[in-house]
Design a protein around this ligand. Structure first.
Ligand code: SF4
Ligand code: SF4
Length: 332
């Protein structure tokens, strides 16, 4: 009898959780939201600050800021992995960055300082009516980013090894534009924040007839550059449009389902020191926390003492949304 009641209670809880997950995520503009936006905006300006006279640094971070960005001041760890592999250097240092950040703070860099995370937050902000995603689709789609990470590491790793053993020159030549990093060459972040500003400037200077001071561009050069990168540019633009449309309808869709940097952090984030604690006495499983979660984390299904969900970006929207103040970050 008791077992039956427990089973019924569990079923009821599971239904409540799944219903909450299937509801549209609703945007809130609480205190945490504003603090996070200020931190995100500040870090984005600083990371892209070379254009404002900020010096370049060798600070390496597990965010998305690929080499298409001419004005970046920090090095993106995934970018460094691919660049170093293309030069036959084992990328121990950027790999260590992923391990250290993942183990200490999980995916908090995704929630707080990644420029492309901010772009998606702002993109999703415009759309008040978000689409639902079924639990089954969500759980399946999460795996896509691990496949993209696997392909990226396979290309870079095999290239590095073949170059180290002096058999990789042809392989590198065959990879062509993708040899300095298959992901970096197609990353929607690099297209949006790196390639499009350069193209915009080139086209603007051409139409205004203004001779650039530092980088003379004749009309011939503009069009020859554009035509020489046609297939790559077209592919990049298609990927960017796809990702922007996706994240317009589904909050943080790129981070949830496609980003290889997020996937690598998620692997180590499972054992992160930073997590979320849910006070069982205060939590009544209303599901408010899950309605605001951009990553669709099943908060009330996780362990209450400390939850380190690989999908959680530690944005803390859930702690703000909980009217019973049952959630709080915990470390270690
Ligand atoms: S998942 Fe990728 S794009 Fe999203 S915030 Fe993290 S590093 Fe940036
Ligand atoms: S579980 Fe909370 S902190 Fe983690 S992503 Fe969801 S809302 Fe943000």
């Amino acid at each position: 009898m008791e077992a039956c009641e427990t089973r019924q209670r569990d079923m009821y809880r599971r239904n409540t959780v799944e219903e909450a997950l299937l509801e549209k995520t609703s945007q809130r503009f609480g205190k945490i939201w504003w603090i996070r936006k200020i931190v995100q905006l500040t870090s984005t300006v600083v990371f892209l600050g070379a254009g404002f006279g900020v010096a370049r640094t060798i600070v390496t971070l597990p965010i998305l800021l690929t080499f298409g960005n001419q004005g970046k001041t920090v090095v993106a760890a995934l970018d460094a992995i691919q660049e170093m592999s293309a030069e036959a250097i084992m990328p121990w240092m950027p790999l260590a960055v992923f391990v250290l950040f993942g183990v200490f703070v999980g995916r908090a860099t995704c929630g707080w300082i990644c420029p492309f995370g901010l772009v998606q937050d702002l993109n999703g902000l415009v759309n008040a009516r978000r689409r639902e995603v079924s639990l089954r689709t969500h759980v399946g789609a999460i795996k896509v980013k691990y496949a993209i990470l696997g392909m990226t590491l396979f290309f870079s790793g095999s290239l590095a090894l073949s170059l180290i053993y002096n058999i990789g020159a042809d392989y590198k030549a065959a990879l062509g534009d993708l040899s300095h990093g298959p992901f970096s060459a197609l990353s929607p972040e690099a297209t949006l924040l790196g390639v499009l500003p350069i193209l915009g400037r080139m086209v603007l200077l051409y139409f205004l007839g203004i001779p650039p001071v530092t980088n003379p561009l004749s009309s011939d050069l503009v069009w020859s550059r554009l035509s020489s990168m046609t297939w790559l540019l077209a592919t990049r633009l298609m990927i960017l449009i796809f990702v922007m449309v996706l994240s317009f309808f589904f909050l943080r869709a790129w981070c949830r389902y496609l980003c290889p940097a997020g996937a690598l952090l998620a692997i180590f984030g499972r054992v992160s020191f930073l997590g979320l604690r849910r006070n069982l006495l205060q939590c009544n499983k209303c599901g408010d926390c899950m309605k605001v979660c951009p990553m669709l984390v099943r908060l009330t299904d996780g362990p209450w003492e400390k939850m380190t969900d690989p999908e959680c970006i530690m944005c803390l929207e859930c702690t703000d949304a909980c009217r019973y103040k049952a959630l709080r970050p915990t470390f270690p």
